[in-house]
Design a protein around this ligand. Structure first.
Ligand code: AMP
Ligand code: ZN
Length: 113
């Protein structure tokens, strides 16, 4: 998707602070962190949101969760962290390329706003 900022980050046309990359996925620092640790993990292929998930994406999205677990460990989030996937306008999604937030480094509250 030519006008998608996360596709541009995946193709390195837009700079980002990359923490992890493999053939399928990329993890980078959120530009506007809301916690001491705020990482975004994306599939390199464009998927609008979980609403567009298909069976062919099962391995990809499962792999992303293993990456999240590995990153959380590397980032020292041994006391816990939160994985967030905002889906659609009412879900708070502002970038329409599937992504998972990793938030950690402070006590997170519940419920979210
Ligand atoms: P969401 O609101 O769930 O769609 O999350 C989008 C996230 O992407 C927000 O937390 C933004 O701060 C973050 N974001 C937007 N543009 C960039 C960028 N160029 N580099 C890193 N993070 C970004
Ligand atoms: Zn995209």
């Amino acid at each position: 998707m030519s006008d998608c900022i996360f596709c541009k980050i995946a193709s390195k046309d837009l700079p980002s602070k990359i923490l992890f990359e493999d053939e399928m996925s990329l993890a980078f620092l959120d530009i506007n962190p809301v916690a001491p640790i705020h990482v975004i993990v994306i599939p390199k292929i464009h998927i609008d949101s979980i609403d567009e998930m298909k069976e062919e994406h099962l391995l990809l999205i499962g792999q992303i969760h293993l990456t999240i677990k590995k990153l959380a460990k590397e980032l020292g989030l041994s006391d816990g962290y939160r994985i967030i996937n905002n889906c659609g306008a009412l879900g708070g999604q502002t970038v329409n390329h599937l992504h998972f937030h990793i938030l950690g480094g402070r006590q997170l509250q519940w419920p979210p706003g």
